[in-house]
Ligand binder design. Sequence first.
Ligand code: DUC
Ligand code: ZN
Ligand code: ZN
Length: 483
Amino acid sequence: MDFDLGIRGGTVATAEWTRDCDVGIREGRVAALGKGLSGARAIDAAGRLVLPGGVDSHCHIEQLSSFGIMCADDFHSATVSAAAGGTTTVIPFCAQHRGDALPDVLADYHQRAKEKAVIDYAFHLIIANPDEETLATDLPEAIRGGIRSFKIFMTYDRMRLADEQILDVMAAARRDGALVMVHAENHGVISWLSGRMVKQGNVLPRYHAIAHTRGSEAEAINRIIALAELMDCPILVVHVSTIEGIELIRQARARGLKVYGETCPQYLFLTARDIDAGLAGAAFCCSPPPRDEAAQEACWRGLKDGALSVYSSDHAPYRMDATGKLPKGDQTTFKDIANGVPGLELRVPLLFTFGYKAGRLNLQEFVELSSAQHAKVYGLYPRKGTIAEGSDADIAIWDPDKRVTIESTLDNTGYTPYKGRQLTGWPVTVLSRGEVIVDDGKVTAARGRGQFLAREPSDALKPLGRQMPEIAQLAAWNTPLQP
Ligand code: DUC
Ligand code: ZN
Ligand code: ZN
């Protein structure tokens, strides 16, 4: 009885290998992999897949949106829902709005998460106010505290940064060791088209998908890649939805640039037709919007060939009432609708059924996309994202044949965009640091047991050391740019 717990008789898989073996767990960590491992307690995993718990590196929890609307989930409801779907680590955002001091923002999110989270969590920042104080003092301080990624916006009146401000943020990220995440859409196109449509009385949710054109995403991705190359600053373009955007990222990567892309369930499983359902279409409004089947295929292809590196939920939960999606009741226009869809619970099960079981992904690719790659990109690997000696025993035990028809989820959104879909495979038992937190589908985790994860600098955020000709010329003249 060498171990606190043994997971016996299952098929264990990581992003690198699949093996029939037991897992021995001691003091919350994986202590051994092998045959005949016994523990004070045992879980019989015969016929099951024993996989790393999911890592969801993009979700919004207890956060004010870019419109100033509080999302529907707090750290308890969101992490309970995540755990139920086999996710054991989340990386939500601490959002700075204009006028907010970063240290206050951070202290506030830390406090709320500590009291309520049931699984482990790290944080990204959202930077809306890159003033001198933020760039010179507060960001380095946040990075020292283990927050090594910031999201910036190229659109939204209350959040967007001008190109000069983006360059400032990139310079700070490069100097101090952080990854810049970008919401890439052209603000002018969206606001001009929206203005015209609203003036003409075209205000139903379906016009949201028209305003956020494919070209506005592609233009912004093209521009952000140019800025990143100038600054030699790694970037990750979040929630990529278009064929054109994915192609730009693929080309940048082929030139050796550290440009990473992310896509989400809504771009694999929804289309703009879902939004074209009268006011009820608000339930599917997110930015960028879902597109069409060809774009869905491009997203699958991007995940498969590495043009897209991560698959996150972008869980942004808003209820279908005045607190969220419909602030003006039936007078709500597409400009008033809170942007976002829930996805924390179903992200991994959807990928299991429609990626792995459907034969689009092999088991290693499934683990990479649901878990390992997030941990690698964001500096949590190998503590999270794998099953290896010394890693946290964050493990999802899947019944690969369990049939589930999606009815509802445990988050506080009140609906799921995926209602009625048929899934094959479900994570029936979930462990976080060796503790069973989901037992036969029932979440048993105690409120506040989740721990904050300070992140290490990952390879992803290290600059290439490649200078553009203009920057190299400045250096050659002995007049280099100051960091
Ligand atoms: N961007 C996100 O990442 N999530 C929700 C809305 C948005 O604009
Ligand atoms: Zn965004
Ligand atoms: Zn988001």
